[in-house]
Ligand binder design. Structure first.
Ligand code: ATP
Ligand code: DP6
Length: 399
């Protein structure tokens, strides 16, 4: 391997989105390869609001693989990280950087170590799919650094081995994870249904109930339900296949009524605010869904309806007394202006929504939501420039 006396550092940096499932992945048929019992469909969220950014650096001076997540060193010894690293290394090819005088041969990659630095621009392990963005980004960035030629579908099946839902974050827009049949998982991959521009009126509002780390991980929750639930098998074999077909139709036709009914039916909790409003109007107004955590994800068909939703959410779930509106809504905050809400005083003077039965006796829940994130469907992973690297180009350590 030629290089500047072995003292060089080469980096790649990329950003990958999270996704929220509208037909859920719940239950594995293989724990190690992470193979699901059913197909699932998700919408990728705008990486400006929810994403992981990862830099992978390689240098002959590194003596072992190391990783820092949100500034703290974490262990890479777990099977999930090891599987992703091994699969990408096996596909590494020659890399030449003439400017830096670096030439890495295909076979050198087995001996070279990497430093990985990553941060999430949203809470980690709080039910906002950080593992999805994180493993998609890790695999995508490693593949770029090591000049891997595999397409997004092949990379999705490697990201899947880090965290199941991560395979869907290799694409923007609406994405299907095909469960596959092969025992080795080769056909358990993600495919893009439509890109992010196809149904771009949608507005996604996430009510973050708690940004603390959640108590039950998706992995162990899923394991418990596969063991204990006959219903889960029925869901995988009978219910999900027809829902997947109907959901694909709904997305293709941008049929929000059908999309909302299917999304809510596939989630296991009820939001009174949404239910009352939809019943009052006689048609689904917004869709809601939950992952393993308590955070509600609400999908509105357009910005007008999103503004009406926000007025209701802020009416029932106002910020605690003496708190400012800034920080209570993050992401695309322009939606507040569209909802006519400019200050905490505006929130206090919101009228009860028309569907409220007893307008003089409404229960509000100040402080029960930490904050709201307003976002929209977004694009898949992108490569970032060297000046956005999280690793110092000379020391090879996190900046
Ligand atoms: N940026 C990242 N890069 C690599 N790995 C990450 C990253 N962020 C999170 N992870 C991994 O994902 C784990 C958290 O996954 P977990 O499934 O518990 O929570 P979550 O993905 O935030 O929530 P959920 O999957 O239920 O929506 C972390 O412990 C870490 O191993
Ligand atoms: C409820 C879900 O979000 C489950 C996500 O589970 P993970 O992908 O986090 O689980 P592992 O594969 O064990 O890492 C539904 C979904 O995203 O489809």
């Amino acid at each position: 391997m030629a290089g500047a006396q072995g003292g060089w550092v080469l980096t790649a940096t990329a950003r990958s989105p999270t996704n929220i499932a509208v037909i859920k992945y719940w239950g594995k048929r293989d724990e190690t390869l992470i193979l699901p019992v059913n197909d699932s469909i998700s919408v990728t969220l705008d990486p400006d609001h929810l994403s992981a950014t990862t830099t992978v650096a390689v240098s002959p001076s590194f003596d072992r693989d190391r990783m820092w997540l949100n500034g703290t060193e974490i262990s890479l010894s777990g099977g999930r990280f090891q599987n992703c690293l091994r699969e990408i290394r096996q596909r590494a090819r020659d890399v030449e950087n003439k400017e830096k005088g670096i030439h890495i041969r295909k076979e050198d990659w087995e001996k070279l170590h990497v430093h990985i630095a990553s941060y999430n621009n949203f809470p980690t392990a709080a039910g906002l799919a950080s593992s999805a963005a994180g493993f998609a980004c890790l695999v995508f960035t490693l593949a770029k650094l090591m000049n891997v030629s595999e397409d997004a579908a092949a990379l999705s099946s490697i990201a899947r081995q880090g965290s199941g839902s991560a395979c869907r974050s290799l694409y923007g827009g609406f994405v299907k994870w095909v469960k596959g049949e092969a025992a080795n998982g080769s056909d358990s991959i993600a495919v893009q249904l439509v890109d992010e521009s196809y149904w771009n009126d949608l507005v996604v509002i996430i009510a973050v109930v708690s940004s603390r780390q959640k108590e039950t991980s998706s992995t162990s929750g899923m394991r418990d339900s596969v063991v204990t639930s006959a219903l889960l098998q029925h869901r995988a074999e009978v219910i999900v296949p027809s829902r997947i077909l109907q959901m694909e139709e709904a997305i293709k036709n941008r049929n929000f009524g059908s999309f909302a009914r299917l999304t809510c039916a596939d989630s296991n909790q009820v939001i009174n605010t949404v239910e009352r409003w939809s019943q009052f109007e006689g048609a689904p107004q917004v869709a809601y869904t939950f992952d393993a955590g308590p955070n509600a994800v609400l999908i509105a068909p357009n910005r007008e309806v999103a503004s009406l939703l926000l007025q209701r959410l802020l009416f029932f779930f106002p910020p605690p007394p003496d708190t400012k509106l800034e920080g209570y809504m993050v992401g695309d905050t322009s939606i507040l202006q569209e909802a006519g809400v400019h200050s905490a005083e505006d929130v206090a003077s919101l009228p009860p929504p028309p569907e409220t039965k007893d307008k003089n006796n409404v229960q509000k829940y100040p402080g029960s939501i930490s904050y709201f994130i307003c976002t929209r469907p977004g694009k898949g992973p992108i490569l970032l420039s060297e000046d956005q690297s999280l690793i110092h180009p000379v020391t090879g350590m996190p900046k």
